[in-house]
Design a protein around this ligand. Structure first.
Ligand code: ATP
Length: 364
């Protein structure tokens, strides 16, 4: 299976390199037959080619079986007219990666983790309250008069329905509960449409329980009663905000992993930014990127009926748990004394040492 690897900016190359070491180890242990195609994007590509996302790079990524995409330092890019294309945004749009899948699981051995959190956000990824995604032409933010600014939120039946379908499919493999989140009594038309589509989809999944909660209530309940959530289905910006909260509650933003998913393509993309403040210091937490890549392996295993991919994904997650338990290996953002390299080395060692927690020999 060919994976396109786009390291990104700032800490991107460091955490992607750490991720590739773990994937190479998993490839060797599980006989995955992975090959990696390194493709330059971001400011490195801009310096060489005048654009942050060369067309040829995009075409090669499109042809790959899966994409590993390091975080992009988009805020430092030049304007789009000067070649500063938003790399993850453009890939998401062109490949129609319409759902952002973000798990948050408490690791109670971490200093700041709340107990009982184990949820999965299924966040709509193509529309909503984002100025670049709501209009056919022009920006979703505009000023009709000098003292008045407006912002448009686009919600469509098609986008709502397909993301709901994914949420129910994921819930079927978890604890069979979906909480749809918005503020329907205030945003009656848009959240009303989003939730009606989820309710229609729910009829096809009678074994999954669907309930509804307001976004403000969820913000509080994630902290006070995190055990109440399994799959959380929500619109783009609510999902962005709540999933960051959940990640912080699970132990820290450096753990943020995610998969951007469409019907034919998937991109592993850590849920945090490019952290320019710590780039080059060797202390970036690679866990988010590593676990995002494990999610990609799991998806590939499902798509291509390759159970060894799913086993490799489960073992990488278990190995990360083993490695994270030691403050010697953990990076400073998680209160540890380790670095990017020592943490990924510890994961590779844990992967290579079958234990009761790991499934390197094969199993469920
Ligand atoms: P974006 O808008 O691109 O998502 P952001 O503004 O949310 O980015 P980040 O780049 O995610 O900002 O960084 C926020 C803070 O979290 C910074 O202090 C950064 O150093 C820290 N941080 C983010 N990712 C990591 C990581 N992998 N390891 C350690 N610290 C991180």
């Amino acid at each position: 299976m060919n994976l396109a690897v786009l390291p990104g900016d700032d800490i991107g190359p460091e955490i992607v390199e750490a991720t590739l070491r773990v994937l190479e180890k998993a490839d060797h242990l599980f006989g995955l037959g992975l090959s990696f195609q390194m493709l330059e994007v971001g400011m490195a590509a801009h310096r060489r080619t005048g654009t942050t996302l060369p067309d040829e790079t995009f075409e090669q990524a499109k042809r790959a079986d899966g994409i590993i995409l390091g975080p992009a330092g988009v805020t430092a890019y030049p304007p789009a007219a000067d070649g500063g294309l938003n790399v993850p945004g453009t890939i998401r749009k062109r490949l129609d990666l319409y759902a952002n899948i973000r798990p948050a699981r408490s690791r109670t051995y971490l200093p700041r983790a709340v107990a009982g959190l184990d949820c999965l956000f299924v966040r709509e990824n193509t529309e909503g309250f984002y100025a670049d995604r709501s209009m056919f032409h022009g920006s979703g933010e505009f000023m009709p008069t000098a003292d008045c600014a407006l912002s448009v939120r686009r919600i469509t039946t098609q986008a709502s329905r397909r993301v709901a379908k994914l949420a129910f499919a994921y819930a079927g493999r978890r604890r069979r509960a979906v909480t749809m989140v918005g503020k329907r009594h205030v945003l009656q038309t848009t959240d009303g449409l989003f939730m009606r589509e989820a309710e229609s989809e729910a009829a096809l999944y009678p074994h999954v329980v669907l309930n509804e909660m307001d976004v403000d209530a969820v913000a509080a309940e994630l902290y006070t009663h995190p055990e109440g959530f399994d799959v959380i289905l929500t619109t783009n910006m609510f999902g962005d905000i709540l999933s960051n909260e959940a990640l912080a509650l699970s132990g820290g933003l450096g753990l943020a992993c995610s998969l951007n998913l469409g019907d034919r393509h998937a991109a592993a993309n850590a849920g945090h930014g490019s952290a320019p403040d710590i780039a080059g210091k060797g202390i970036a937490n690679p866990i988010g990127m590593i676990l995002s890549s494990a999610m990609l392996l799991d998806w590939l295993g499902d798509q291509h009926s390759r159970p060894e991919y799913c086993r490799a994904a489960g073992s990488i997650e278990a190995a990360a748990d083993v490695a994270l338990q030691s403050a010697e290996h953990r990076t400073p953002d998680l209160g540890g004394r380790g670095g990017t390299r020592s943490l990924s080395d510890a994961i590779c060692r844990a992967l290579g040492e079958p234990s009761t927690d790991l499934d390197v020999a094969g199993g469920s």
